[in-house]
Design a protein around this ligand. Sequence first.
Ligand code: NAD
Length: 489
Amino acid sequence: MVHLLNYINGQWCLSQASEHLPVVNPATAEKLAQVPLSPKSEVEKAAVAAATAFMSWRRIPPTSRVQYLFKLKILLEEHLDELARTITIECGKTLAESKAELQRAIENVEVACGIPILMQGYNSEDVSRGIDEIMIRQPLGVTAIIAPFNFPGMIPFWFLPYAIACGNTCIVKPSEKVPLTMQKVFELLEKTGLPKGVVNLVNGAKEVVDAILEHPTIRGISFVGSSPVAHYVYSKGAAHGKRMQCQGGAKNPIIILPDADMEMTTRIAADSAFGCAGQRCLAASVAVTVGEARYSFTEAISNAAQKRVVGYGLDEAVEMGPVITSESKARIEQLIQQGIEEGAHLLVDGRNPTISDYEKGNFIRPTILQNIHPQSTVARTEIFGPVLGLMHLETIEDAIALVNSGQWGNMACLFTTSGAAARQFRYEAEAGNIGINIGVAAPMAFFPFSGWKDSFYGDLHGQGRDAVEFFTQTKVIVERWPKDWSRQF
Ligand code: NAD
């Protein structure tokens, strides 16, 4: 059994962990490797290495720093197939989904290559007679990234390229459920020739996270995961004086108006709800039909759910893989049962399917609960599986009120052919990412990933200009030169 390594100060090292967890293929139940639950002392080593590296890394001009990212982009593209297979094997999604997430990772590297201009400050001459004022951006120092299981290749890249391009050094802690992808990414980072200590990898779980949150040298932390953990991480990191950005969970509603193009809407809604087996923070979780949309959408989405090809993500024909663990599968099936007990009608039942050759996998087929009550558990809980709840309302105003009544605000989508309805929705819906005839409103790398409410704790989001702001601190210089020639006039 392969024991995964940490990467600290430019060296691959065996962890001194007393405990390891198996990394398991969710489709086959095969044990792929052992991941160490690294102790606090290994975060300490990584922090010392990153702090030492920072002293010289921050002095390397941004134009030279981004040369490593140009190399990384090429390496990621050259190894895309191998990385995608790794994501599918450890995370369960289809190969097409794995490739798509890597493409998003690469796009963030591309945007961060613009750091020489993105990091520029500004200045004003003669703020008073003979006095000039200049704002410059400087890196924070040592930063850390804590990632969830569902996008092992993409999510660290919402932060990492910006962190290092801005002159910071970095420690990455991948999810202990899917640590293989970052092992491979770090092999590529090593090939770029980055100076030792600029990027470090520490595998583990809560002990590593707590050590990061408490470490006095670490200045900024980027977290993505479930809302309760995001809230814990945000609060504890802030209490230790760190700059924090913590992206949390979601419960995303999509609204279908009677004038929507029903064929397109159904296809997009099914992809949103069942793509990545519903394990996306931008997955549609509740579909609200308005007026006459009810009948045509219900029939069409039910057909789409039943037709979806479920199986091992490495098989080309497969459209949906398993959920991450057997515990996840049990939790999702329990929530479906609770939905039924709360009065919903089980329109499509995907529980306990037989997937031939993969009987040990964590499979659930697409499931639809009809007529869920707005206050029920299934309408309010992040299920994080291939389960779509259907609800019906009479007006767009009612639908917007429902969107705004939730605890989360990651995404809300509207399907319509009316520009006026679309404008009303984007103006009034309380969510950070809005889709209009889009089912997964994932911002491109040059836009912030803008969750609201309990979907995000912090001020500056991941990606693009927000990331540049997060990974730099501004310094203002007010200067006067006594012999300034302008004094003569
Ligand atoms: P999780 O919260 O269980 O784990 C996330 C990270 O936190 C992991 O690295 C894990 O090791 C660590 N962790 C877990 N419990 C901890 C604890 N008690 N103390 C300290 N650290 C702890 O999340 P997950 O199951 O890996 O990922 C799924 C969740 O992530 C979903 O809720 C999903 O919506 C969310 N997510 C959000 C976004 C977003 O952009 N808002 C994107 C992807 C995933």
